[in-house]
Design a protein around this ligand. Sequence first.
Ligand code: TEU
Length: 537
Amino acid sequence: MAGVPVTAVPWWKEAVFYQIYPRSFADTDGDGVGDLAGIRAHLNDLAWLGVDALWISPFFRSPMADFGYDVSDYCDVDPLFGDLAGFDSLVADAHALGLRVVIDWVPNHTSVEHPWFVDAASSRDSGHRNWYVWRDPSPDGSPPNNWVAAFDLTAAAWTFHEPTGQWYLHLFEEAQPDLNWDEPAVVEAMHDTLRFWLDRGVDGFRADVVHGIGKDPALPDDPPEEAGIPHCALNDVPVTHERLRAIRRLIDAYPGERMMVGEVFLLSTDAVATYYGHDDELHLAFNFPPLFAPWLADRWTACIDDAERSLEPRGAWPTWVLSNHDNPRHRTRYDRSAARAGEDPATILRRSEARARAAAVLLLTLRGTPFVYQGDELGLVDADIPADRQVDPGGRDGCRAPLPWDGSDDHGWPTAPGTTTWLPLAPEADIRNRVAQRDDPRSVLHLYRRAIATRRATPELVLGSCTPVASPEGTLAFRRVLGDATCTVLVNFGGDPVDTTPLGLAGLEVLLVSDDPAPVARFSGVLGADQAVVVRH
Ligand code: TEU
């Protein structure tokens, strides 16, 4: 692939990933929904930022009950986003710029409108019937088990299908029936969908709720103490591992280091670690405790310790995520927790930005592959979506608000008369847009660019070991060591400066500071409020 360097270390260990939620990234046809051409038009901006790989959330044919996570054709582009030729051009241009392209793969469920399900639902004797999970009603008419669907925790993960008199399983929406991976024809068909995109040149996949492709064949009730937890957060059975090994063999048989990062939505890092297998299952797996962690030193220390303890002995490579399209952005989360009695909103916003900046430094200096969610590089907060514009069944619209590109009236989202963007734009668009921040070296955008560049220029920050360093209360510190090169990263989670001189780091060279574009050359030993600093020994 032109422009992409070949190294001894797999590229996905060194890469910074950038998640694109295509509906909200950039629109070129004025329908108020982003498209593939919009991504293509901004590839230079992403190369300028310095990221190495794009993960693009689903753009496949879909009735959009879950905005693309309900797929009706795995091997085509939804006309809303463009077409296959447009996708090929996007990949070619990305590769020419040295950017890898990873696409979403949704193996746990299809749309109810997928021809497989349409046929499966047509009769109990249909050839596709066993491609989904059907069960007879229990004698009292209740669902086959007590599993709870995601989003509405009062809803069963089952829908009764009147015409054929059976229930079908859906860990998510009723419109997203679960595939039955016990059926060999499903395995073969889903493998074919991987081959389809690998043949088109994608560098890999982000596999949606991939731990769902195996289910206990007895479909036993979830234990009563887990009541109210969606089954997708509990589903952890041995057969999935053998299915992942087959997928890994398929992917690794392709040239060019293709990869898969799995969304294993289990809340224990130990459990997630098992999905790497012995370097024969997922190449990478998301680890979500940091995505939910509040801005507290002890919580982050625990997340880092857990990741190192669970993954390092297996030789499994960590991943780090602060935000994604399913959860409030980290600045919004820190904003809520930043509020102190009597403070004015501007102060709270300033503090949450300082925290988001320090978190960005943490994300980009921990051992493992970082994933940046589109808009975090602008320091966006979630949009407050008025009730009459809310569209997501999971209440996740706020973090999906379209990205402001410039300071014009429409912020780069011109829409045809009578139409508007599918969600209101992200807040503070006058200052939190790409053009304004590109012109301001103090901006969050420049911080991300500097941090990514620093990472690239400092191999110990990418490949070095990671060891905790005892530090004053309310701060955390860790050391990254590769050969005789050493860096220390220090983060202050508190609102007051902290003297760290007992650590003996004062006087060391400063590589990066979260809130200062032109850091002093030598570390004073004092960490500012909500500040992160990287020093070189
Ligand atoms: O998410 C799976 C998942 O478990 C989360 O959506 C979780 O239930 C949710 O964040 C709780 O608020 C993946 C996708 O990322 C998501 O967008 C899809 O809706 C879901 O799968 C179904 O495909």
